[in-house]
Design a protein around this ligand. Structure first.
Ligand SMILES: [Mg+2]
Length: 442
């Protein structure tokens, strides 16, 4: 049965995919093809861009090209949608790209001199490169596949088809698409079933490829893999390195995350490990971050990271969080509308629900507060200087209060409920039956 399209938990994990990826990317940026950190990675910028502190690189930039199509309801299974993604890649390459992987640069450069639709040109250019060199299994498709795992949360075959189609736009080698099928399916499973299981998609691969991938996964799980994880420009090694970091974290003991402390610590610990592997640090951590975010959701992504990340095309964490959530919700509404068995509980539909005025996510109808800002957007509330604030009910006096993440009181304006979200003004007040409600200021 289709998960409830307004389920907080499912949508929170979906929101975590691109946000987790963005955090991994920005953490890895300073160390790309340089000395990896000895301790914890820091989002201090630099790297190949050079980037500002907290800025993400090409990995998240290209993922956003995909997400801008999927968040409007695209299942990424039509030529028109693939054309839109391909055109977005070309636009990014021409105007937005701060650094570009070698293979992607060649494919986009060659495609620009060809005739035909954007996706046909890209596919042709990547196939020609493959015929010419036999080497087109770079990690550049895997690094942007996270959001593809959200387009069809109830349909594993559709997820695999989308992952393959998006990968093939720039990467003709079947290994690239296979890595994307496995990673996207793992993300789908993490969001819908709260499990981290990289083997769940093995049966979606051609039969004669499954044993190789199973062996690569097993190798990645060992303490000292045979594969040279640092040599991770290759999609198989990048895949192994990202999984190694996730699997070998002590907070993922015996493949399980059972305790609260482990839930809190797993994502940051695994991302630091991913960066410490070295090589293409931002890409490996971006790949790992997408799957970790899918499993843990935004609530276990450190707030200082969530607020710090930003990048092309002039967007921030709040935006990539929305892109994942809306991609997932569109697919769930679509699945619910075509479901033949009668659901026991009437599901919320876009018509019967209410829409968050900030992000457009549909939530259950609340007659008293039809313009209520959703909980995900409230989490991005700031004071007038842009500093994140936490809103809560004052325990003794009643009413609303606001403080910073370090526990100090927020500005008088924020404490009286005058806050900003995404730079726009909103008004927070105590809800009639407890909790906080945030509404548009005018
Ligand atoms: Mg990068």
């Amino acid at each position: 049965m289709t998960p409830d399209p307004v389920s907080f938990d499912v949508l929170d994990r979906a929101s975590g995919v691109l946000l987790g990826q963005a955090c991994g990317d920005a953490l890895g940026v300073p160390y790309e093809f340089d000395y990896p950190p000895e301790g914890e990675a820091e989002m201090r910028g630099g790297g190949l861009g050079p980037y500002a502190p907290g800025e993400w690189s090409d990995d998240t930039q290209m993922a956003i090209c995909v997400a801008r199509v999927s968040e409007r309801g695209g299942a990424l299974d039509t030529e028109a949608e693939l054309d839109e993604i391909a055109a977005a890649f070309e636009e990014w390459f021409a105007r937005g790209a701060t650094d570009v992987g070698a293979q992607t640069r060649t494919v986009l450069g060659d495609a620009a001199r060809m005739q035909g639709s954007p996706s046909a040109r890209l596919v042709a250019a990547s196939e020609q490169l493959h015929t010419r060199t036999g080497k087109t299994a770079g990690n550049g498709a895997l690094m942007r596949t996270g959001v593809v795992g959200l387009v069809a949360l109830t349909d594993r075959e559709a997820t695999a088809r989308a992952a393959t189609a998006v990968a093939r736009l720039t990467h003709a080698d079947p290994l690239a698409a296979e890595s994307c099928v496995l990673w996207s399916e793992a993300i789908r499973v993490a969001v819908t079933e709260e499990r981290l299981d990289l083997r769940s998609g093995l049966d979606l691969l051609p039969e004669d490829r499954r044993d190789r991938w199973a062996a690569w996964i097993t190798d990645a799980e060992s303490e000292r893999p045979v594969a040279d994880l640092q040599n991770n420009g290759f999609t198989v090694t990048a895949f192994q390195a990202a999984w190694h970091a996730i699997f070998r974290s002590p907070f993922f003991s015996a493949g399980q995350i059972t305790e609260y402390d482990h839930m809190v610590s797993h994502l940051p610990d695994a991302l630091h490990r991913a960066v410490r592997i070295g090589g293409d640090t931002d890409t490996v951590a971006a790949i790992a971050g997408a799957l970790l975010g899918a499993r843990h959701g935004t609530r276990y992504i450190p707030r200082e990271w969530a607020f710090a990340v930003h990048g092309w095309p002039g967007v921030r964490g709040i935006d990539v969080s929305r892109m994942g959530r809306r991609t997932a919700q569109h697919g769930l509404f679509e699945a619910a509308s075509t479901e033949t068995e009668t659901a026991e509980v009437a599901l919320t539909t876009p018509e019967t629900g209410q829409t968050c005025p900030v992000c457009g996510t549909v939530n259950r109808q609340l007659e008293r507060y039809p313009d209520q800002v959703c909980l995900w957007c409230v989490a991005w509330a700031t004071d007038e200087t842009g500093r994140g604030v936490l809103l809560f009910n004052a325990s003794f006096s009643g009413g609303l209060d606001a403080q910073y993440d370090d526990g100090t009181p927020a500005t008088p304006a924020a404490r009286s409920g005058r806050i900003l979200i995404g730079g726009r003004r909103y008004y927070a007040q105590e809800a009639r039956f407890g909790g906080i409600v945030v509404l548009p200021a005018d």
